[in-house]
Design a protein around this ligand. Structure first.
Ligand SMILES: [Mn+2]
Length: 498
């Protein structure tokens, strides 16, 4: 029986067979939604294969972190959602006999290779849009089940305590790890791979396995964030990706729009959410929304963005963030941003008590921190140079969220949309983190913040990079002003308005 992605099958099997020969494994993963789901997929597969393991998380897999991993007495290290980009350092440790790496990643590999390296980019599959770290881990998990079955090393652990007689389908899905497809999809969605409203390529094959296994449902649906948990008026008000005049960012407008549809909007005094509407009710709202967008002059390609594929985790309760891949990944990101990978992993592995409650609390705090941060920046304002605007939050906004705050504050009073914004926050005693945010219209005019942050930071002894519309850097604290000067000059050149 073939795995979900034939091109990766042979390598995945080699990785799986090596793992199954080990006495125990150290699992190391990245701290973000994709990394957490990667770890959960790998941890479940290792456990079902009867392989003892321990899990560690890193925000950044740098030389120091790899050194610490090498210092443990594990002979085999399974890296998920990172490892490829650090392969040069990892290979040195492998050569020194510190450990044998097994890597399930989707990032650009460094100039080195190793035997047990599972990465879609090595097999002509796009790692940015077709397979995430969790997807690569899923491919490995499927191979682990398959190889375990053939070698007879697994088969005793995985069905313990599971209903088998009455629930044959679910038991089979669990025995071959297809039930883990749901987490793989949460990882892909969390890694922003659902471009144009749906998952493509290898990701789509994983979706198909999840549907077959009964853990996923897909539907063409409204492509708004919060269908499971947001009260209907908030769902529409906060949907800012497609700007519908009179509804987006307009609480009263959203209420008036819904009131005019003749629907039962509340039940037991509580606003209903999208997920609890009947299909007719959803149809009524969706058609009215499209009509409103058309009559408000929203361009056709934007109206298309209102509709997309929803990925529903079929075994999770309706009306919870766990049921929607996008809301699930947001919950995981909230745990990751506050360095509570243990909480995120707990939720992925099925802890619906303590871990879930803590994750929800972290998400509430995260939203509060964002809103406080936006208030702070708006109140204190930004400093304008010729081509960029900036603010320094010091210790008052965490460096892990200062970029999101900057992006959300743009457009508020005194914060221009017509130049990029740089946001500083303290990282430690010696360094500051700087996050840059632009707009797509500035990118069309030539802005590339990845280049700006990379060049300006290296000019002052720091380092940085990212994407054209959003990037980040770390620079020595005393070089902040010099960094701003460099960034200002480079943006001026890019936009050609020197
Ligand atoms: Mn990833």
């Amino acid at each position: 029986m073939a795995g979900p992605i034939p091109a990766l099958e042979e390598r995945a099997t080699a990785c799986a067979e090596h793992l199954l020969e080990c006495d125990r494994v150290l699992l190391a993963s990245h701290i973000d939604a994709d990394g957490l789901t990667s770890a959960a997929v790998a941890a479940s597969a290792l456990e079902r294969a009867g392989l003892p393991f321990e899990t560690v998380f890193e925000k950044q897999l740098d030389a120091e972190a790899i050194e610490a991993i090498a210092a443990t007495d594990y002979d085999t290290v399974l890296f998920t959602d990172f490892g490829s980009g650090q392969l040069d350092i990892i290979a040195d440790h492998e050569d020194a006999g510190d450990f044998t790496p097994v890597i399930a990643d989707h990032h650009q590999p460094a100039e080195a290779d190793t035997t047990y390296h599972l990465n879609p980019l090595l097999f002509g599959i796009n790692g940015a849009s077709e397979l995430s770290g969790a997807g690569a881990s899923y491919v490995l998990a499927r191979a682990l089940a398959e190889a375990g079955e053939e070698s007879g090393t697994a088969g005793t652990v995985e069905t313990a305590g599971e209903p088998t007689a009455t629930d044959g389908g679910a038991a089979t899905a669990r025995a071959d790890n297809r039930d883990l497809a749901a987490l793989a999809v949460v990882g892909a969605v969390g890694d922003m791979q659902a471009s144009g409203g749906e998952l493509h390529g290898a990701n789509a094959k994983i979706v198909a396995e999840g549907v077959e296994a009964g853990v996923l449902e897909t539907a063409t649906d409204l492509a708004l964030y919060g269908k499971q948990t947001r009260p209907l008026p908030k769902l529409l008000e906060y949907a800012s990706d497609v700007d519908i005049p009179g509804i987006s960012n307009d609480g009263n407008g959203a209420l008036r729009f819904l009131d005019g549809l003749g629907l039962e909007l509340k039940r037991d005094g509580e606003w209903r959410c999208w997920a609890t509407l009947t299909s007719e009710e959803k149809q009524t709202v969706a058609s009215a929304l499209v009509k409103k967008a058309v009559t408000s002059g929203v361009p056709a390609h934007k109206i298309d963005d209102l509709v997309g594929t929803s990925y529903v985790l079929a075994t999770e309760p309706v009306g919870t963030e766990l049921r929607d891949a996008s809301e699930f990944s947001t919950l995981l990101n909230a745990t990751a941003r506050y360095e509570r990978a243990d909480v995120g992993l707990g939720v992925c592995l099925g802890d619906r008590d303590e871990a879930l409650e803590r994750a929800r609390q972290l998400l509430r705090e995260h939203r509060r921190n964002l809103s406080n941060g936006i208030d702070l920046v708006t109140r204190e304002g930004v400093t304008r140079e010729d081509h960029v605007q900036w603010f320094d939050a010091g210790d008052r906004i965490r460096e892990t969220i200062v970029g999101i705050v900057a992006g959300m504050a743009v457009g508020n009073a005194g914060i221009s949309r017509s130049m990029p914004i740089l946001a500083f926050a303290n990282k430690n005693d010696e360094e500051v983190k700087v996050s840059a945010r632009g707009t797509h219209s500035l990118v069309r005019k030539g802005l590339d913040l990845s280049v700006v942050m990379g060049e300006a930071s290296r000019a002052v002894g720091g380092d940085g990079g990212g994407h054209d519309v959003a990037a980040g850097a770390t620079v020595p604290a005393e070089k902040k002003d010099e960094f701003v000067e460099h960034a200002d000059a480079i943006v001026g050149e890019q936009l050609g308005d020197n």
